[in-house]
Design a protein around this ligand. Structure first.
Ligand code: A3P
Length: 257
């Protein structure tokens, strides 16, 4: 990644910017062939809205509820799948756990038909922007950038995975679909156990209070940061940066009803 110029790190696929090293065209072209199952469990979040947090939480919920050891070697994001992972995906037992940063219009068509249960995580735009800015400057696959430049690109949607605002308003329109549940970073931060209970019951699982508490304790920012070398290697400190709700602007945003 070092030899690559900053501008070359992102490229457009179907009009949306992606990091070329993680999501080369060969990988993104596979997406359309993913065959969703009704019992897949989906996680959707725009970058930096708490995706990795919920990956940890939801994998633990699924493992507790199904007694399945989730030893899946699939990357948490579908956009990272390539031809090899597609084979693993086909042979994986249900329920499969799949994540994405995609806008609903860019989801593989079979997800629209099969309507698997989908948890969508929102985070207020100000904290998402700040988090994304730091991420770009600490992740070699994304272009380093000044605050001014990143700010204007974020507002225009000229960043990896496109516009935060289009993503949020498009997913928000799906809020009342029976297979969609919207949670916010802010609510989860305020009461993680409550969030775990709500997500579990949405997925049709009933966990004991002890199980909920155990998952919540293992999923605090501190706990996840401490174990991040295992989960994210040398990118641990980059993914688990600060983990706070810095701004209170969320409640004023129109798309949250
Ligand atoms: P900050 O950069 O504001 O710290 P994503 O996983 O979608 O890339 O989101 C990353 C953001 O989620 C980072 O925000 C990260 O610190 C925060 N995060 C990760 N785990 C968390 C946790 N257990 N509790 C609260 N925030 C968490």
């Amino acid at each position: 990644a070092k030899a690559m110029s900053e501008e070359d790190k992102l490229y457009r696929f179907n009009g949306v910017l992606y990091p070329i090293l993680m999501c080369p065209e060969e990988h993104l072209k596979c997406l359309v062939d993913i065959k969703a199952r009704e019992d897949d469990i989906m996680l959707v979040a725009y970058p930096k809205c708490g995706f990795n947090w919920m990956v940890g939480v939801m994998k633990k919920i699924i493992a507790e509820a199904t007694q399945m050891k989730n030893e899946s070697k699939m990357p948490p994001l579908m956009e990272f799948f390539g031809p090899e992972v597609m084979k693993v995906l086909t042979s994986s037992p249900s329920p499969r756990f799949l994540g994405t940063h995609l806008h609903p219009d860019n989801m593989p068509p079979s997800f629209i038909q099969k309507k698997p249960k989908t948890v969508v995580v929102f985070r207020n735009p100000k904290d998402t922007l700040v988090s994304f800015y730091h991420f770009c400057n600490n992740n070699p696959v994304l272009p380093s950038t000044s605050w001014e430049s990143f700010f204007s690109k974020f507002m225009k949607g000229d960043v990896a995975w496109g516009s935060y605002f289009d993503h949020a308003s498009a997913w928000n329109k799906k809020m009342d679909d029976p297979n969609v549940m919207v949670v916010t970073y802010e609510e989860l931060k305020q009461d993680l156990s409550k969030g775990i209970r709500q997500i579990s019951s949405f997925l049709g699982f009933s966990l004991t209070d002890a199980q909920v508490q155990q998952i919540a304790e293992a999923s605090t920012f501190k706990a996840m940061k401490e174990s991040s070398a295992n989960s994210h290697g040398n990118m641990g400190n980059v993914f688990f940066r600060k983990g706070v709700q810095a701004s209170n602007h969320f409640k004023n945003i129109e798309f949250i009803q």
